[in-house]
Each structure stands twice: as C-alpha cells, then as structure tokens.
Design a protein around this ligand. Sequence first.
Ligand code: SF4
Length: 513
Amino acid sequence: MQFFRDSMLELIFQTSTNLPPDVRQAMSLALKREAPHTQAGQALAIIGENIDMACDDEGPICQDTGFPTFIIKTPVGANQMVMRKLIEEAIAEATRRGKLRPNSVDSITGKNSGNNLGPGTPAYHFEQWEGDEIEVRLILKGGGCENKNIQYSVPCVLDRLGRADRDLDGVRKCILHAVWQAQGQGCAPGALGVCIGSDRAHGYELAKEQLFRPLDDVNANPTLAKLEADIMEEANRIGVGTMGFGGNVSLIGCKIAAANRLPASFFVSVAYDCWAFRRLGVMIDPASGAITRWLYRDPERPVERLVKEGEGFKLTGREIRLTPPLTEEQVRALKVGDVVLINGPLFTGRDALHHYMLHHDLATDLRGQILYHCGPVMIKEGTPPNTRWRTNAAGPTTSIREEPYEADVIKKYGLRGVMGKGGMGKKTLAALTEFGAVYLHAIGGAAQYYARCLPKVTGVDLLDELGVPEAMWHFEARDFVAIVTMDAHGNSLHEDVSQSTGDKLEEVGVGKG
Ligand code: SF4
C-alpha cells in the first residue's frame, strides 16, 4: 500500500477541482437551454467559466469544499485501519495545499480543527466484496445543498400540493416539493438522490448513495426509471432555474432507490446536491495502493470545456459601478434586476461573525460598506516575516442562515449592502427598506471566478478566534459582478420567484394521482 496515500490525495484533488464528465455534460445542456441575456443565462455563463478555471488552475470549484464521504469496497484481507489512517493523512495534506477548505468544526466548542479531521469527519462506508481490487468513491457535498436535504413522512400535507399519500404519486409530490423548497439556496440546478422507504437514518444514507450513480444511467427498476424521468421533466417545468433566478433548468439529475420499510413508517428521503456536484472514484491495486483506473471518466474522452474561447459572461456596459463606502442615495437608486460591478473594499462575514458582531463591537468601521457572506479558501504564502495571504476560492455562501441577525447587523454597523446567495427573508427586507441598503446576489459556487475579482487582501480580523472560513477578511474588489435581488423599496426577486414557482408547482404536481 505504498502509494495509497498519494492515490487518495489525487482523488481528493481531482474531486475538488475537476467536475466529472456526466456533470459537465448536464451543465453544458443547461447552458444551451437558457437564453444568454436572462439572469439564469448570465449565472450559468459565470458558472461555466468557473468550472473551466477550476480545472485549468487546479483550484477548488467551490470555496465550500464540502463534507467528504468515502464509500470503499475492499477484497477479503485488505486492512481497513491502514486505509483510514492514510486517507486522513491525505485529507490533512489536501487541506494544507488549499484543495480543501478547513471545514471541520467542533460542534461543542465551535473550534475549527484546521485540517478537516475530527470526530465523524470524514465519513467512511466500508464494504467487503468479491472483487480483487479496492474501489474508492468520494463525494464532497457542500453545506448549502446539504441544508436543503429534506425527509418526508407520508401521508403528509404539503404546501401547494395538498395530501401526499403512501403511493408513488405521494412520493412524486414529495420530490417535486423538495425541488421547490430548495429554490436557489442549494445552488440550483441541482441533482437529487432519493430513497423511498427504509428508516429515518438509513433512508438519508441510501438517498446520498444514489448520488454516486452517473447522471446518464437508467434505473434497472422500470417503475423507478419512469419516476426519475417524470421528475426530471416535471421539476424542470416548475421554473426555479439557476440560483433560483427563474429559468428552464432546475434539476440536472434525479436518482431514486426503494428500500423496505416498517409497516408503520413511510419515509421519502431526499439528498439535494448542487451544480458543483463533486464525486469521483478510483480502482486501486491492493498490493501497491496505486490507481489502476478512474471511475466516471473515459480515458478516450478529453475534458469537455463549458465555455468556448471568447464566449462566457460578457459585460453589457449597463452595469452600475459601486465603489464603497456607498451613500444612502446611491443605494436607494438601485432596483431589483440591476447588475452591479463592485470596485473597492469588501468585507466577508458569515455565521460566527454575525453572532460575534451582535455580542461585541468590531474595531473595523463598516459604515457604507458591503458585507459579503463568504468563507473563502485562503493560502498563506512566503516565509515569516514576509508572508502574505492569497485568495484561492471565494464564492458566496447561503445568506438565509444570517436572517436572524442581519437586520440588527445592518442597523448597528450602518451597512449599505449585504451580499451572498439564495436571498434573505422578510426581516432583512424590512431592514433594507428602513435603513437604505440592498441585498446583492453573487453566483453560488463560482469560487474561482470570484477569487480573481479579489486580487488583494488588505487585512483580516478574528482569524485566531474564528478560523479561516469564519474570520472577517478585508479585500480590495475588482469588477466583482453581482445582481440586486432585494432592493431598498421592499422588492425581492426571491419572493417573486417563490410565488410564481409555487403556482407552477401546483399546476404540475396536483391532479395526476
Ligand atoms: S455550489 Fe453552492 S451549495 Fe454547492 S457547495 Fe458551493 S456554495 Fe455550497
């Protein structure tokens, strides 16, 4: 097993930076299905560029490099304890090299372990099989989409869809509801792994396992194959679209398993994965630990680029240039749908920082500034005393988590903008109106694209206390593109899309049973 650690390191590198061909193909089709001038089309153009950049530069596709889950099949006699140890070494090394963000947080103390290791991290599922080789599959699933997983206990009554019974139509309604409730918060277009039946815990596990199926395979069970095809067609008619901006593509895959259940229980468990659907696998020689073959890839088929030379996201000249600090007048002039280009200071702040901001006073003056919901991947370069930070990945995180804090944070610190992805709720919308601020939507997962818009790090607060992703990073932004989706006049694109897609959900989902 001399090469096993390096093989695992390569598997982690490739999974984090290079989307598998089936996902690329699905995203390429999504790009073709949206008109370039629409918000969904513009978002997909940025996503496409981001996917290509990540592969070219071997940088993480998304700054949230996800929770690592390994599924490992071993021949009789393979030493699982050695494998665990070498995988953990590979994870720590991948973190050190900036291919994984330090993402493992102690749930009691809130302390980030700094190397992606800790109780329960990573997750392993070992299975013995008749094969001669070791098969290792890895999925890196981020928090934004993980938070949109959902489990239904049928019969139940669903918003917009009414009763879901214990039959296939009830299951269909639950899955459509799962797509609708996610809106853009899980970085649509997404892929679903579904389990019908089992118990609560195993149902989720089996649902996640479905995500290991290639997007273009066909279910061996004809009933489930039909359900998968129906969901793909129906869910894409609901119109959630890329990032929840509205559009033709909400789902790039739906894979369903059925498992036996107790007579008293009937769960439908849904694992939602985002467009940054990072999973790969390798076959390993058990003697040397070397990779003998990649799974999901065809050696004959070169990596398909998403965006051709000269294409991709294009500025129209109608973008509004923002240079913080912003005045109230500037901000009140913005309206939903405006595309902005930010040049100047930008400060990050996410979950732990929002909590901190309300319980302490920050030394940094944020009046007129934009707070960016982002936990970047940062790399320290050079040797002391000449070290500097480099931004390795810096897309937005899901803003709705800050909903309990944001209105108070805007008021206390005099912010003129908050920026993230997926939109925010009524309390924040009211604060934007009252205090004169806007919500800006950056494109979820576009971590490489946005890292290039943050070429200069001018400072960092609370790094030791909060760790890399949660610290407040001070950047100098250059042509950072975002869309106004909630303005200072009470308008919210997210509320509008939620309403219109709810109407569509009703139309598509009801009356088939
Ligand atoms: S693409 Fe979006 S949901 Fe997926 S890991 Fe990145 S931020 Fe999270």
